[in-house]
Design a protein around this ligand. Structure first.
Ligand code: ZN
Length: 69
């Protein structure tokens, strides 16, 4: 059963209730009768960080020519 979180807009009271998906969402605060707002709990935030470094190693070929006289 999914868990829903509500926040009262009047008294800022937070409450969590277990409801079926087919159940109607709560709309009134049980303690003050104010308006409830559904607080969405963000689950599954995935940061796709591509720590990909392409080390382009262009090794310059150094030619040391020693000229003999
Ligand atoms: Zn309230």
């Amino acid at each position: 059963m999914p868990r829903y979180r509500y926040v009262c807009e009047t008294c800022a009271k937070e409450l969590e209730v277990f409801q079926k998906i087919s159940d109607e969402p709560l709309s009134t605060c049980p303690s003050c009768g104010g308006k409830l707002r559904k607080a969405i709990t963000s689950v599954g935030v995935v940061f796709k960080g591509s720590g990909f470094y392409s080390t382009d190693s262009k090794a310059g070929s150094k030619k040391t020519e020693s000229t003999k006289d």
